[in-house]
Design a protein around this ligand. Sequence first.
Ligand SMILES: [Zn+2]
Length: 360
Amino acid sequence: MSRILLHTARTWGRDLFGDQTNKHIVIFDSDDWGLVRNSKEAIESLSKDGLLSHADWFEKLDGLESADDLQLLSSLLHCFSDEYNNPPVFSLNFVLNNPYVIGTDSNYRIAFVKTRDVYSQRSECADILKKIQNDKAFQPQFHSWSHLDVKTYLLDLQTGNSDSRLFLKHGAIGCSSKELRPFGYMDEMRSFPYPKSMEAYLNAGDKEFFKYFGFHSISFVPSCLVVSPEIQKITPPPFLKIIKTGFYTYWPENEMYKKHFSPLRKSKNGLLFIPRNCDFEPYWMNDPINYCLSDISMAFLQKKPAVISTHRLNYTSRIPGNKRNENLDKLFLLLKKIKEKFPDVIFANWNQIESMLLLD
Ligand SMILES: [Zn+2]
């Protein structure tokens, strides 16, 4: 095939199927680290009033990680390595601030406490950041400024629209029945009262993330995958290269959302959009190991890196019974099977993935 024809075929293929790689790359992409969520007291109170049936898994069970949670996860990951001696990497996607509500009725206001301050107030989390920063199996990345659609939530609280006030009376922040607010106000990028635009939001996140971790986040995953298509046109912060999505993103449209297919691609402003094409959520999935292995096989067949979506909830001691340890056992088995099935697997972090995709 002539060089021009080859180039045309490659370009056509890329347009249709996105960027490709022949390497067997695996990364775990894990959301919501640093987010406090609802207290146990708030959950008990909601339960007493019969409101808990309106809450989702995350509102009921998700909560701040402990140093022990991270230590166990880290020890497990370090049981494995690829041919370059690198352990599997968990991208810990961080929420930088936690919201709380002050005032009442039409005078409701939202304030924030920095995640770093939350950590330092809890003795079990005292050395948590140090642990994360010095561990090759963890790569902290930017997920969200506060994981709250402040504008819509505040408006609903002030006007009494939805039942968000009722949930708040029980101490549950950012919650309401899901009929009106399917993401329960967790879709932070739906509106921008703070900061005022998408560019300002990403720059503020980048700045604050750098203050915490001492390096810039190369990737970003929008809260609840809700993001306006404007992100493909803005000037991103200079160190931001990757936007992580699902197979779909949700574009805000009036009160609701428009589902938009999101293949692996590079947009005109230089951002690489990478879908999370595998799921491993052992707390609520049936047969999570085989499900995830078949996702990974499909990703490799399509010459894509296997990006495994797996939320913090699975690995924290907030979930009942011995579930955290059971989920860790399942993660161990998954990694064992990945190594058996794909001995040439590469466990990469986001910086390495970005450079490998560009080199291909
Ligand atoms: Zn999230």
